[in-house]
Design a protein around this ligand. Structure first.
Ligand SMILES: Cc1cc2nc3c(=O)[nH]c(=O)nc-3n(C[C@H](O)[C@H](O)[C@H](O)COP(=O)(O)O)c2cc1C
Length: 321
């Protein structure tokens, strides 16, 4: 792996999503090997007590890293949590030899810089059956499941739970204080969420409520879609390793959507509050552990959020070739 190949791979890795754009990752590079580490100082103490979502974010960064290396014809070997005593060492990526990238890997790689969280209103156009199938397969490919809520009775119960959880976080002073600290009012700030990345205020109360960063400012109220396509990402178990897996599955789903011109956003309140998370699990028939709730649809993309540069989040432990 040359210095250039490594730089391209790390630049792709840091474009991963993370809650409040907290970017809780670090990378340690030695010859032919990249370690993906959890930056515990960036785990959200209120929204993400225990660090599940931070590990998912690192899993999403790992997925980008994999695709960027594959796009350059490098075969990738990943071990998750390779050292039992090192809870922060989430993955070790080794590279050796040459194997041409497959077309599907290139499609996902090219979607990395185009993906973004879209909290704006979506059009009412339905997401077609073929796209839904591709999204489900993307999750399965990474050993997770994406349950798309297509049965009306399930949809009603889950959307009620999502609203309940979002409202609970809106009234939780500690949650709101933490969120406020991650609102990036300063355009030079390299983490956090700028108010421009939030959607406009709804004209009428929509079925699902999206997270709001900063004040609405002078955004004109707009109508949101009536019934967005909702999906819940599930894993079989709920260990730290499963969270890293879930992050990879999440990112494959998001990039598959992006490649198909489908916008995505998160509705995490219901998986961040423990009681709502177990209620959601029961509503889905105890078929797995809910890791993320996603909204899919067609809409105009918001601006990109910023990232800390690769040099700030990586350490080179040995000179690269
Ligand atoms: C595990 C996880 C949970 C998230 N939950 C939410 C959420 O509940 N609401 C929201 O608006 N964004 C959520 N996000 C999206 C982040 O805010 C977003 O990824 C970050 O601001 C970077 O922006 P980008 O995705 O456009 O690159 C979540 C992201 C991750 C990885």
């Amino acid at each position: 792996m040359t210095r250039c190949q490594l730089q391209a791979a790390l630049e792709a890795a840091v474009l991963a999503p993370s809650p409040h754009n907290s970017q809780p990752w670090r990378f340690e590079v030695t010859d032919g090997q990249v370690d993906v580490l959890l930056d515990e100082s960036r785990v959200l103490a209120v929204a993400d007590l225990g660090g599940r979502e931070a590990r998912m974010s690192c899993g999403a960064a790992l997925f980008n890293l994999r695709m960027a290396l594959r796009a350059q014809g490098l075969p990738v070997y990943v071990s998750l949590m390779p050292v039992a005593e090192r809870r922060d060492l989430l993955a070790r990526v080794r590279v050796s030899g040459h194997l041409a990238a497959r077309a599907d890997e290139l499609v996902l790689y090219r979607a990395i810089p185009r993906r973004r969280t879209n909290r704006r209103p979506f059009r009412d156009d339905p997401v077609g059956g073929d796209v839904q199938k591709a999204l489900r397969q993307a999750a399965l490919h990474e050993d997770a499941r994406l349950v798309l809520l297509d049965r009306p009775e399930r949809y009603g119960a889950v959307s009620t739970l999502l609203r309940f959880a979002e409202n609970a976080q809106r009234q939780d002073v500690d949650f709101q204080d933490e969120l406020l600290a991650w609102v990036a009012e300063d355009p030079d700030r390299l983490d956090g969420v700028p108010p421009l990345a939030s959607g406009p205020p709804p004209l009428m109360e929509p079925l699902v409520l999206l997270r709001q960063y900063g004040s609405d400012g002078d955004k004109r109220p707009r109508e949101y879609e009536q019934e967005p396509l909702l999906g819940v990402l599930l894993t079989h178990r709920d260990s730290a390793r499963d969270h890293v897996r879930a992050g990879q599955a999440l990112q494959r789903v998001l990039l598959t959507a992006t490649a198909g011109e489908v916008s995505t956003s998160f509705l995490s309140a219901a998986v961040e509050l423990p009681a709502s998370r177990s209620a959601l699990r029961s509503l889905l028939g105890d078929e797995g552990y809910p890791q993320a709730v996603l909204r899919f649809g067609y809409g105009y993309p918001p601006p990109h959020t910023r990232r800390r540069p690769v040099a700030e989040v990586s350490t080179c432990l040995q000179t690269q070739g």
